[in-house]
Design a protein around this ligand. Structure first.
Ligand code: PRT
Ligand code: ZN
Length: 304
């Protein structure tokens, strides 16, 4: 083990996926928080150069264990992984000491039940006594149990979607995003068992005072990054007497700044941070209320 991987009580270690769907967005999020890493793609460890936050690049499935075993304080993984492993750990009587700190805005997918197109499916009870193939036995079993169904779970480690055509299962439970894979395999999505996103996970063990400080700072930057993505800075000129109507239209604006306009007593300048998407429709409504010189600018950083 490299010396830099030994916990030293002042730095935070975050486990992220090494290569896969969550790798780029996880790294991007942390970089947008101002973290910089000395990294080489093939290495397991990235040293935080300007903040005491280091990265471990691993398989997403290994992230819960790294948290439970105290190797990392934080991790970014899909809720599908976090929840499945929580269930299987509890089932085996092993500790599952990690929790979700924050839901993130990437890695969205759903864990769904799917059946062959010709399967006449009316509800989960139609799976009674049948075989359901999945790499998520814990979540699948829980869903079936919650619906009073007893089916046989066929545990697979991959290529779940071909199980029905191979004749090894009657239905599947698998991750879906666009649905293309299901369609290509003549399967039909019939129920969503879990809506999943990437989450920031934290190990339950106590942080040192300096680690807590680093974490608080990181969390407030993550909030800033997540908010900034939708936020826009809107500037416009408005007739003073239409101010209330204009405030109403600005999406997600808290208290806009209202400034006098030199030589135009019946007009004001309005500056507002809109925390929701600003669409063309909003601009047209603003114009209809007499707004002019409307500018919509991206927000680069925000600290609440
Ligand atoms: O090597 P490692 O174990 O780290 O990678 P992996 O192969 O297990 O994971 P990876 O990179 O495929 O996915 C990482 C995480 O991304 C998952 O745990 C989910 O949280 C999330 N995610 C989001 C997805 C999908 N969308 C997704 N569509 N994970 C997998 N899929 C697969 C799905 O299993 C199916 O085979 O994509 C196929 C379906 O896609 P559509 O678009 O055809 O519906
Ligand atoms: Zn994986």
């Amino acid at each position: 083990m490299q010396s830099s991987m030994i916990p030293d009580g002042s730095r935070l270690r975050i486990a992220i996926q090494k290569s896969g769907r969550l790798s780029e967005p996880s790294l991007q999020l942390l970089e947008r928080c101002g973290l910089r890493f000395a990294r080489s793609k093939d290495k397991l460890f990235c040293f935080g150069e300007n903040d005491p936050v280091d990265l471990l690049l691993v398989r997403d499935d290994d992230i819960p264990a790294l948290l439970v075993d105290g190797i990392c304080e934080l991790g970014i993984a899909g809720e599908n992984i976090a929840e499945e492993q929580r269930l299987s750990r509890i089932r085996r009587g092993e500790p599952a000491e990690y929790q979700t700190l924050k839901r993130l805005d990437f890695g969205g997918c759903r864990l769904s039940l799917a059946v062959p197109e010709e399967f006449d499916y009316d509800g989960p009870e139609d799976l009674q006594g049948l075989r359901v193939a999945t790499t998520y036995p814990g979540l699948t079993e829980r869903y079936l149990k919650d619906h009073g169904v007893s089916a046989r779970i066929v545990r697979l480690s991959g290529s779940v979607e071909i199980a029905p055509s191979l004749g090894t299962a009657d239905a599947i439970a698998d991750l879906v995003s666009t649905g293309t894979t299901l369609r290509a395999n003549h399967l039909r999505e019939v129920a969503v068992m879990l809506e999943s996103r990437a989450v920031l996970l934290q190990a339950s063990k106590q942080l040192s005072a300096s680690q807590s400080e680093v974490l608080d700072r990181l969390l407030s930057r993550i909030d800033g990054v997540l908010q900034v993505k939708e936020s826009k800075y809107v500037m416009l000129h408005a007739p003073r007497e239409r101010l209330d109507q204009i405030r109403e239209i600005l999406p997600g604006a808290e208290a806009p700044t209202v400034l006098p306009l030199e030589g135009q007593p019946d007009k004001v300048a309005v500056h507002a941070v809109c925390r929701e998407n600003v669409f063309w429709e909003h601009l047209e409504e603003l114009k209809a209320e007499g707004a002019s010189a409307v500018l919509v600018l991206p927000v680069e950083k925000m600290l609440a």
